[in-house]
Design a protein around this ligand. Structure first.
Ligand SMILES: Cc1cc2nc3c(=O)[nH]c(=O)nc-3n(C[C@H](O)[C@H](O)[C@H](O)COP(=O)(O)OP(=O)(O)OC[C@H]3O[C@@H](n4cnc5c(N)ncnc54)[C@H](O)[C@@H]3O)c2cc1C
Length: 425
């Protein structure tokens, strides 16, 4: 394709970088508050993906096309869509440049370009993905292959990995593992073993949910290997090579696999890392409560690319967006920034084909259940919420800038208050 180089400069009152979960939600909410805002969304992709659905694709619950829409159909009507990549950011001059050469000047900037997947950091992985039992739900291109691999698994060792870096949806590597284990147990004899090989030291970072998950792996007979960091795939010999931390230091250990689901290392997008807007680790350097940039007050950041010290999920972005909206509008009106984000995030941890734990928590690791039910319990209702309710909420409420607590959670809450925890759901 012949790229035309456009050196023009356009100006917008608000520029949003990234039209994913966080960018579209924030744009829709801003325009609901003030439809006259002059707002541009810079987003290169033709399609918009509901990434939490890829777990359901990998588990054989839904086809991949259920979780994709045309980007043009999710961009709010009054926003201008600039379909290009941002390549550099110049917050001193309040402008940014695009891959095709155009410069965008802004009064206010919102950064939410998501997280970058660093497949290349695992030797042999990029060339072995999508064949020979090597897969990952972290890509739309391989989630369907995960299910194909699980379905066709005959016997041997199925490995599920977890890296050293922060990742989006930290629960996703084990959700697919529990579904695979259940599927294997339905059809296979005893000639298989399921292994969770994690660079971490426990199943989950929040104590209340970790306890339940330890029970799940024990009940399922899943082998756990902690401080195992995947560094290489040898596809020819079906070996996964891990850096294992021991008392004596780090040693390389090879484990044979018949299938392997890889949660790859991830980091902030390179153009953020290389910009003055990054913190020491490369993330968009924002105040954890107001989401305003720590050095450039006309810049805000949210979603996976932000420095917010919470688990990176679409659910977190859903709670961050109204804080950015309120504080940005306050900033524009020279008012103090009053809205505060408490670190809320949520990971619907599927533990089988009829159960999930709705792991909601805040910055302090306190469970923050949306419904008056013990959140640490595996429940069929939470599995149904993950499969049916959350995708619907995403497309029809969140991306449209609508709340749903009042018309969905409140009636359910009332019902639950009547029946209490006796309700077997
Ligand atoms: C397998 C899997 C399971 C998950 N499960 C859950 C779950 O159960 N619950 C949950 O809440 N979350 C889940 N997530 C995480 C969730 O999808 C992300 O946390 C969420 O999408 C983050 O929103 P975001 O807007 O920050 O990033 P994204 O939604 O990834 O959007 C970032 C956007 O920025 C664009 N972009 C990138 N680079 C540039 C650039 N240079 N210039 C302009 N635009 C750019 C991208 O094209 C993209 O559209 C899951 C994710 C995966 C992969």
């Amino acid at each position: 394709m012949l790229l035309t180089h456009d050196n023009s400069v356009s100006h917008y009152q608000i520029a949003i970088v990234g039209g994913g979960a966080a960018g579209i939600t924030t744009a829709a909410q801003l325009l609901k508050q003030n439809s006259c805002l002059d707002l541009a969304i810079i987003e290169p992709s033709q399609k918009h993906y509901y990434q939490p659905g890829w777990t359901l694709v990998g588990g054989g619950i839904a086809p991949i096309n259920q979780f994709v829409r045309e980007e043009k159909d999710v961009i709010p009507k009054r926003a201008k869509w600039i379909q290009d990549y941002v390549t550099t950011l110049d917050p001193e001059q309040n402008c940014l440049t695009l891959a095709q050469g155009q410069t965008i000047a802004y009064d206010y900037l919102i950064l939410c370009p998501g997280i970058q997947i660093d497949w290349h950091l695992i030797k042999g992985l990029p060339e072995s993905l999508g064949k020979g039992g090597v897969t990952s739900n972290y890509s739309k291109d391989y989630a369907s292959y995960t299910w194909e691999t699980i379905k066709n698994f005959q016997e041997g060792t199925a490995i599920f990995t977890y890296p050293t870096t922060p990742i989006k949806c930290g629960g996703a590597p084990q959700k697919v593992m529990y579904m695979a284990d259940e599927y294997f147990k339905r059809g296979l004899g005893k000639n298989h073993q399921v292994m969770f090989c994690s660079a971490g030291t426990k199943m989950f970072g929040v104590a209340a949910y970790n306890a339940t998950l330890e029970g799940v792996v024990k009940r399922r007979g899943i082998i756990t290997k902690f401080q195992h960091n995947l560094k290489e795939i040898k596809a020819d010999s079906k070996e996964a090579i891990f850096d294992v931390t021991t008392d004596k230091g780090i040693e390389a250990v090879s484990i044979h696999y018949d299938m392997i689901h890889v949660a790859p290392p991830m980091s902030s997008p390179d153009f953020i890392k290389q910009s003055p807007l990054a913190n020491d680790q490369g993330w968009v350097d924002v105040n954890p409560y107001t989401l305003q940039h720590n050095r450039y007050p006309n810049v805000f950041g949210l979603g996976d690319a932000s420095s917010l010290p919470t688990s990176k999920t679409a659910a977190a972005a859903r709670k961050q967006a109204p804080v950015v909206v309120q504080n940005l509008l306050s900033k524009m009106n020279r008012q103090p920034l009053m809205a505060q984000y408490d670190g809320y995030t949520c990971c619907p941890l599927i533990t089988g084909y009829r159960s999930a734990i709705m792991a909601e928590f805040d910055y302090d690791g306190n469970p923050t259940p949306s419904l008056p039910l013990d959140p640490t319990k595996e429940r069929y209702s939470m599995f149904l919420a993950k499969v049916y309710a959350l995708p619907w909420i995403y497309w029809h409420r969140m991306l449209k800038g609508e709340g749903f607590e009042a018309d969905i959670f409140q009636p359910i809450n009332q019902l639950l208050q009547t029946f209490g925890n006796d309700l077997k759901i």
